[in-house]
Design a protein around this ligand. Structure first.
Ligand code: GLA
Ligand code: ZN
Length: 666
């Protein structure tokens, strides 16, 4: 199927990115004009503007200057370029911080920041809300009918938190609303531990190195509250956009697996999901792992709304905040751009168009270098992507069908990161989910990445690595999924705590015991030098890190531990339930086991890889389907040439970091 385009007037891929004409305002007659010429040459049809423009838009309190932006908007429209127009709240003018210190953030040590940086504002401050509301309303009203306006870009990279008195007040109101009574809160947070029961709401303080950092219920609610603060702030910012331009989509740029905000919750407020992607490409073998991680983030971003997303920032070459400014190797820019498209992006956008002349991003890769012409390698790489995107019009809005899903859940991550025990700081939820994801990536089986609040209805195969926290209702929904015929795989560290981070009593995996047909009695954490193994289908696979000692209670044991005092105990089980099956992997396993295991599981569940023949190491296949044609992207993330057996499409030769797209009628 095909989703409607992100910008109604533009049924094409958006190609472009951050453009900061205000940095060149003094030289605008020459530079802006030249920018339009270069944009055309690079096949650019969209620019994100105004992201950090507040001090130019409102140089003094209440004194607005929109003339320059009028000129930029008109110039974009004249050149057929769509504006992804930002609200300026990501950073603010110095006068505001000076006159109204309450707009500044307070850190966990209860110190108020001074002017500077970005995302340095209090999310509760009435003054900041008033100021953002005012400038946003002026933007929305002024440009509501402007032909260039395509998308609203709200703020920039929401992140961090604020511990000021106003935020503490809102936190307490949030808790009151949620728990109703202190008794209920004290119970949910296990307040009798370390004498932590509260007797008045105003005794509650956000987590701090000066006070509590290991009070799990508090930590968890603070993260949830911070997410709600961003949702609320986003809704505040978008209110004028909704009023004046109800049909213009709003978004904000997200950061992959950024841990501070539950993006699945935030996404409920977004019209379209958008992601900033800065992979640390190595130029060598390491790019296979980088490719897997990047693919995961794209699938996760797509999973937020279950439809095409925006790659709203990426870099055509070296990224200045990374430790090593390695240039993109030939082919890599095309590969990373097509990778995003293959995984469901309807845009390829960069930070930034023209390289900044001063300050910390002056050496950050950009489309146009300080040299200023179209005669650079990077410019040509970008222009090639522009050309390529024009040939893919039939693909814009196309779905990325998948019958398998992997769960990635921010609440689980928060609780696991907090959990003392097991492997302390090496529990590595994110890395573990990605290691399971990798098995699908390297087999060429497309997957959706969703959290436990999303529907499982359209899937045949569901995988939930380390689903440590089972939020209310999740176990029932997983059980229904299995009973109606789904194939489900869970792992060690599943079903330990409920949605308030209290341990389930009566044995783990808590409310999934029946579904999985097992009881997990103990978990063994191994030192790096310790090894064990599991024997499965006549092969021995290493296991490491975490091994659970489980008992079957209805499930069948498929593999056992090879060593230690629990040799012979089940390490892999299956429980037949209703029309489906529920598998349990009791120990942390490596790539080889996961690949063999999921290949077998997918085949049992009738979920087929996109190509029949096995793929060479470092090669993946992903697809988009517009209802008539399936576009299959064959991508080589290894630094050596590869040959892929593409069935009916013959043998495909892929250059190092090469990509080929084949079309198959449905
Ligand atoms: C982030 C920001 C951009 C820019 C880039 C540089 O993604 O949103 O403004 O600073 O980083 O990589
Ligand atoms: Zn605050």
């Amino acid at each position: 199927m095909r989703f409607p385009p992100i910008v109604a007037a533009c049924p094409h891929f958006l190609h472009g990115g951050d453009y900061n004409p205000e940095q060149w305002i003094k030289w605008k007659d020459a530079i802006w004009k030249e920018d339009m010429r270069l944009a055309k040459l690079a096949g650019i049809n969209s620019f994100s503007i105004g992201i950090f423009s507040w001090s130019v838009l409102e140089p003094h309190e209440g004194e607005y200057r929109f003339e320059w932006l009028d000129e930029v908007m008109d110039m974009l429209a004249d050149n057929g370029i769509i504006a992804v127009l930002a609200t300026p709240s990501g950073a603010r003018p110095a006068w505001m911080s000076k006159k109204y210190p309450e707009v500044l953030r307070v850190n966990a040590q209860r110190q108020r920041n001074i002017f500077g940086g970005r995302q340095n504002h209090c999310l509760s401050s009435p003054v900041y809300r008033e100021k953002t509301g005012a400038v946003n309303a002026l933007l929305a009203e002024r440009y509501k009918n402007h032909p260039a306006l395509g998308v609203w870009h709200i703020s920039n990279e929401f992140g961090g938190d604020c511990h000021c008195p106003l935020c503490q007040e809102r936190f307490r109101s949030y808790l009151k609303e949620k728990y109703k009574t202190l008794e209920a809160l004290n119970e949910a947070w296990w307040g009798t531990f370390w004498s932590h029961a509260y007797s008045e709401w105003d005794e509650i303080e956000s987590p701090s190195p000066l006070g509590d950092q290991v009070f799990h219920g508090l930590n968890l609610e603070w993260k949830r509250f911070t997410t709600e603060q961003f949702v609320d702030f986003y809704l505040h910012e978008t209110a004028p956009m909704r009023k004046f331009t109800p049909r213009v989509p709003c978004t904000t740029n997200l950061m992959g697996t950024y841990p501070g905000i539950d993006y699945f919750r935030l996404a409920e407020a977004l019209d379209v999901a958008a992601v900033d992607s800065y992979p640390r490409w190595t130029g060598g073998e390491g790019d296979i792992e980088v490719g897997v991680r990047t693919a995961f983030c794209h699938d996760l971003t797509r999973g937020l709304k279950g439809r095409p997303f925006m790659l709203i920032e990426s870099c055509p070459t070296a990224t200045s905040w990374q430790a090593v400014l390695k240039l993109r190797r030939p082919g890599v820019h095309m590969l990373q751009s097509m990778q995003a498209v293959a995984h469901g992006s309807d845009t390829v956008q960069y930070f930034q168009f023209r390289k900044s002349r001063g300050s910390s991003e002056k050496f950050h890769g950009a489309v146009v270098d300080h040299e200023g012409s179209e005669n650079t390698r990077v410019f040509k790489d970008v222009a090639a992507v522009g050309e390529q995107l024009k040939t893919l019009d039939a693909l814009a809005g196309a779905d990325t069908p998948s019958r398998a899903a992997i769960l990635y859940d921010w609440n689980v991550r928060w609780a696991l990161d907090d959990a003392k025990g097991f492997l302390q700081n090496k529990t590595d939820y994110e890395g573990t989910v990605i290691s399971h994801y990798r098995a699908f990536w390297s087999t060429g089986i497309p997957v959706d990445v969703i959290d436990s609040t999303r529907s499982f209805d359209k899937y045949d195969l569901l995988v939930s690595p380390m689903l440590y926290m089972l939020r209310d209702g999740t176990a029932d929904r997983i059980n229904d999924f299995v009973e109606r015929g789904g194939t489900y795989a869970a792992t060690y560290c599943t079903g330990y705590v409920d949605s308030t981070d209290l341990c389930f009593l009566g044995g783990f995996p808590g409310p999934l015991k029946e579904t999985l047909g097992i009881w997990n009695e103990e978990i063994d954490a191994l030192f790096p030098e310790d090894t064990n193994s599991i024997q499965w289908q006549g092969k021995s696979y290493p296991v490491f890190g975490l091994c659970e000692l489980i008992h079957t209670r209805g499930a069948e044991s498929l593999a056992v531990y090879g060593g230690d005092f629990y040799a012979g105990m089940p390490a892999l089980t299956v429980n037949r339930r209703g029309k489906g099956r529920a598998y349990y992997i009791a120990a942390r396993t490596g790539t080889e086991f996961l690949t063999d295991f999921y290949r077998a599981l997918a085949s049992e569940a009738g979920v087929k890889p996109l190509l029949e023949a096995p793929l060479p190491e470092g090669v993946t296949v992903q697809a988009r389907n517009n209802g008539e044609t399936e576009f299959v992207f064959v991508m080589n993330f290894s630094p050596v040439p590869q040959t892929v057996d593409a069935g009916g499409a013959g043998m495909l030769n892929l250059a190092p970091f090469g990509v080929r797209i084949i079309e198959r009628p449905n």
